[in-house]
Every structure is written in structure tokens, then in C-alpha cells.
Design a protein around this ligand. Structure first.
Ligand code: TYM
Length: 334
């Protein structure tokens, strides 16, 4: 019998999930359990590379699990777990640190961005973060890693590290492919279309959150920055009309329409019609997710049973890879 292909991804519970994380990542995870053996986790160990409030980190980790399930990831058919529950991540992370070069880590744009934003806390973990991410991935020998555009560089580094290791020790790791959506891989801030929509953005008007009230979402879209060109029509031109292009991308991702269809739909109408229409489409996409996540969140015993079972399964799979790696590098078996 053919083995199923494997898919894996994770999100840091470092802030409330945004429309960006949904369209760039989670939306592409759902409904794949038929085809793939799927692993999705809350990357809490990555989150502490930036200082977190402990109670908020715990709350967001569980909220994120409820949101994964509400987005359609059935825990019976997908392995959902919390990164820190599976000790093999830290262990392989250490080994891979020793096979990841200082120069490679220095080139990572996420490190450059985050160290510019957190000047008083440029810690070792922030720098070596991609080695832990490589461990997260390689432990499960996945074929595909569905992520947004901003994680492509980390996925490429993972491939380089895996190839380096395999070159020395023989075929230990499968070389994974990043899987990046055609539409929605890089959703920009609603208040600043030059910067990425981010969980940790200080400006709450730039981001739309999965758990946000419909009226707040609608208000943010009505206020979204469009462009100062005189044309004021809905046309896809990312270079000259980045604000409108971002709203069109969001609309395309939630409705499945093409850019041409959207241009036709709003032909002759201004931004005053277009912006609330995008808001409405987003509200209706997120409504069932929010309601379902709120319902699941009340059932703490259920969430606990999900993350316990997830950790057990993940740990079993991860241990197989870790054992192989320990043997290859020359550690004495226990
Ligand atoms: P994180 O937590 O920053 O983001 C989670 C996922 O959401 C995508 N994403 C976006 N996509 C489109 N537009 C946006 N504005 C946007 N913002 C976020 C990200 O690309 C990502 O797919 N290092 C990872 C977490 C991680 C991981 C892993 C991912 C840790 N280990 C192993 C995959 C495999 C991160 O910080 O993503």
C-alpha cells in the first residue's frame, strides 16, 4: 500500500491570529487529511524568542488550538499538538544548530526585522530560531510545508541544512517543499499596505483578527488605506495601487474570484462600494470560524484531550527521526 504524503506546519501563538495567518497558511491546511498525513502545531517555543506575558501565551496557545479545529482541522484526522509538549523538537533543534552556519542565520530577513523591532532583547534564540524551525519540520519527514511567503526563506534554509546533513551521513531527512498559495501568500496591513499584516503589529487598525466582532472588521475595511491616485477605480496594479491590490487579493482569496472578475464586478464603482463589499465577504468567511472557536474554547477538557493525543502521536513519529539522527552523529544509545 502507498504511504500517504506528509504535510506539516505551525504558527506562533505570539499574538491573536490574523486574516493574514488564515489566508496565507491555515486556509490551505484544511480538507487535506484525505490525501495527506497532517501535523499542525502551536509553535510556543518559537514565541519566547520575543518576551511574552506567560498567562497570555498560555491563553493564546489554547485559543489557537480551538481556532485550528474551527477552521476545519478535525483532530481525529489531523495531528494537532503543542510544540513544547514534544521534547524531540528541542533536542533535534540543538543538533541542527551545529549544522547551521552563522552566515546563513545572519542572512535571515525575519531575524533582521525582529532584531530591529526588539533592540533591547536580541537574544540567541532569535538568531538560531531557523534551526529549531528546521527541526520542527524535519522530525516528521514531510513532503510539503504550507506557509505564507514570509516563511519561504526559513523553508529554504531547512532544505539546505537537511541536504548538508544527508550529504555527511546518508539519507536521514526527506527534503521538504514549501507550499505557498497563489493568492493570499502575503496579506498587507490595512493601514499601511507597505508592511505585512502581522499578529504583533502595534497598530490594531492594520490587522483583522479571526475572533474579531463583525462591526469592528467592517469598520477596519471601511477605513482601509487606498491609494491617492486620481483614477479611484478598482484595478489590479500592485506597483501603483498597493492598497487596492491588497484588498483585491483579500477579496479574491475569500471569494475564489479572479482579479478580472473583481474588476468587472466593481466596474464604474468607487472605493466607497468596494471596501464595504470586501469587509462583508471577510465577515461572512470568519463568522462560522469565530462562533465555532468560541464554542470549542468553553470545553477545556476536550481541548486537553486533543492536545494530549496530538503530543503522543507526534512524539512517536518524532522519536523515530531523532533516534536515527543521534545514532548518525555518534551518541551512545541509552
Ligand atoms: P508565523 O506565526 O509568523 O505565521 C504563521 C503562518 O502564517 C503566515 N502568515 C501570513 N501569510 C500571508 N500574509 C500574512 N500577512 C501573513 N502573516 C503570517 C506565515 O507565512 C506562516 O505560514 N516560523 C513560523 C512558525 C513555525 C513554522 C515551523 C512554520 C515554526 N516552526 C515549521 C512551518 C513549519 C512563523 O513565525 O510563522
Amino acid at each position: 500500500m502507498d504511504e500517504k504524503k506528509v504535510m506539516l506546519s505551525g504558527i506562533q501563538p505570539s499574538g491573536d491570529l490574523t486574516l493574514g495567518s488564515y489566508l496565507g497558511a491555515i486556509k490551505n491546511w484544511g480538507a487535506r487529511a484525505e490525501e495527506f498525513d497532517c501535523y499542525y502545531f502551536m509553535a510556543d517555543m518559537h514565541s519566547i524568542t520575543v518576551r511574552q506575558d506567560p498567562a497570555a501565551l498560555r491563553r493564546r496557545t489554547l485559543e489557537q488550538l480551538a481556532q485550528y479545529i474551527a477552521c476545519g482541522l478535525d483532530p481525529e484526522r489531523n495531528t494537532l499538538f503543542i510544540q513544547s509538549h514534544v521534547h524531540q523538537h528541542a533536542e533535534l533543534g540543538w543538533v541542527l544548530n551545529c549544522y547551521t552556519m552563522f552566515g546563513e542565520l545572519s542572512r535571515m530577513t525575519q531575524f533582521k526585522d525582529k532584531s530591529a523591532k526588539n533592540k533591547d532583547n536580541i537574544n540567541g534564540g532569535l538568531f538560531t530560531y531557523p534551526a529549531l524551525m528546521a527541526a520542527d519540520i524535519l522530525l516528521y519527514q514531510p513532503d510539503y510545508v504550507p506557509v505564507g511567503e514570509d516563511q519561504k526563506q526559513h523553508c529554504e534554509l531547512t532544505r539546505d541544512v537537511a541536504q548538508r546533513f544527508n550529504h555527511i551521513y546518508g539519507d536521514v531527512f526527506k527534503i521538504p517543499e514549501p507550499y505557498i498559495p497563489k493568492v493570499g501568500a502575503r496579506i498587507m496591513s490595512l493601514s499601511d499596505p507597505a508592511s505585512k499584516m502581522s499578529k504583533s503589529d502595534k497598530d490594531p487598525n492594520g490587522s483583522v483578527y479571526l475572533m474579531e466582532k463583525p462591526e469592528d472588521i467592517q469598520r477596519k475595511f471601511k477605513r482601509a488605506v487606498t491609494d491617492s491616485d486620481t483614477e479611484r477605480c478598482v484595478r489590479y496594479d500592485p506597483a501603483n495601487k498597493p492598497g487596492v491590490a491588497n484588498l483585491m487579493t483579500i477579496y479574491a482569496a475569500v471569494t475564489g474570484r479572479t482579479m478580472e472578475e473583481i474588476e468587472r464586478e466593481f466596474d464604474g464603482q468607487g472605493y466607497g462600494v468596494f471596501k464595504p463589499a470586501v469587509g462583508e465577504a471577510v465577515v461572512e468567511t470568519l463568522r462560522p470560524i469565530r462562533e465555532e472557536a468560541q464554542r470549542i474554547l468553553k470545553d477545556k477538557a476536550y481541548l486537553e484531550s486533543v492536545y494530549r493525543a496530538g503530543a503522543e502521536k507526534a512524539s512517536r513519529v518524532a522519536e523515530r527521526t531523532l533516534r536515527k539522527v543521534y545514532k548518525k552523529v555518534g551518541f551512545v544509545a541509552r
